[in-house]
Design a protein around this ligand. Structure first.
Ligand SMILES: Cc1cc2nc3c(=O)[nH]c(=O)nc-3n(C[C@H](O)[C@H](O)[C@H](O)COP(=O)(O)OP(=O)(O)OC[C@H]3O[C@@H](n4cnc5c(N)ncnc54)[C@H](O)[C@@H]3O)c2cc1C
Ligand code: FES
Length: 252
């Protein structure tokens, strides 16, 4: 059940010019792929809470990775260790553990945020993991050492060739799929997710995608976050997702 929880900020640090990591302690639990809604100020201005995926959760410590995009994230960036923040969560449906022995995780830019917790859980379940990390530039591959250290195999790509393969992360995915069958997990920009879904269908792999939408209530009531499902119905990202089986949302 989602709850409103007061948490203490223990760290709030810059990882790059655009991405920060905030660490909160308090009485919360979470599963990989779930998210929390953060009240960035106690003053309800901005009024709506901002959703962030659980980057990591262990020993009562919740970590979020966030990209600075607008007013809410700018306010969050100014919050200091020692201050408290109100969080609603955990929310949404997370990633299933899959069935194959091997898992391929595809991260696009800030889409890496929910994939550390997933990677740790898959490794702990004895799975072989390939972590494929793509971004526009080398600077945007934040925490690359952390993913590389945990995963069984690791490869990266950048649009400008400043680190790893020059090109798209889905090219790396295709190469891995030529060699092995695996469950696929992905989070990143929508064009990347569509391309991942296509490859998963072509290689007959199960595929789970974490989607984004503009959220309001975050608990399924306002229908502000719906995305069209392939069967003609609509799905609410906040409660039916944010993780969906690829075939629920994208045509192969
Ligand atoms: C389930 C879920 C999980 C998320 N997890 C993360 C995460 O782990 N890390 C992270 O950095 N961000 C994440 N986001 C996106 C994050 O919630 C927004 O970037 C944030 O709310 C922006 O707040 P703001 O006040 O700074 O920007 P605003 O002033 O609200 O918006 C600034 C700009 O960003 C765009 N924008 C805002 N929210 C979104 C969105 N949800 N999708 C696409 N564009 C948006 C706006 O259109 C606008 O152009 C997640 C979103 C969802 C729905
Ligand atoms: S944000 Fe209200 S239903 Fe999803």
């Amino acid at each position: 059940m989602p709850r409103k929880i007061t948490m203490q900020i223990t760290a709030n640090e810059a990882l790059s010019a655009e991405v920060r990591r905030i660490t909160l302690t308090g009485d919360i639990t979470a599963q990989p792929g779930q998210f929390v809604q953060v009240a960035v100020t106690a003053a309800h201005d901005p009024y709506l809470n901002r959703p962030f995926s659980v980057h990591d959760w262990r020993d009562g410590e919740l970590t979020l990775l966030y990209r600075l995009v607008g007013r809410g994230t700018a306010i969050l960036a100014a919050r200091q260790p020692g201050e408290s923040v109100t969080v609603v969560g955990p929310l949404g449906r997370g990633f299933p553990m899959g069935r194959e022995h091997s898992a391929i995780i595809v991260a696009g830019g800030i889409g890496a945020a929910p994939l550390l917790f997933l990677l740790r859980r898959l490794q702990a379940a004895g799975k072989e993991t390939a972590f494929l990390y793509g971004a526009q530039t080398a600077a945007a591959l934040v925490l690359r050492e952390q993913f590389q250290a945990l995963a069984t195999t690791y490869a990266e790509s950048t649009d400008d060739g400043s680190r790893g393969r020059q090109g798209q992360v889905t090219e790396l995915l295709q190469e891995v799929l030529l060699k092995q069958k695996a469950d696929i997990y992905a989070c990143g920009p929508e064009p990347m997710l569509r391309a991942v879904a296509k490859l998963a269908a072509a290689y007959q792999c199960r595929c789970y995608l974490s989607l984004e939408a503009r959220l309001a209530c975050g608990v399924g009531a306002c229908l502000g976050c719906v995305v069209p499902a392939r069967d003609g119905s609509y799905l609410r990202v906040c409660v039916d997702g944010p993780v969906f089986a690829a075939e629920e949302v994208f045509a192969p």
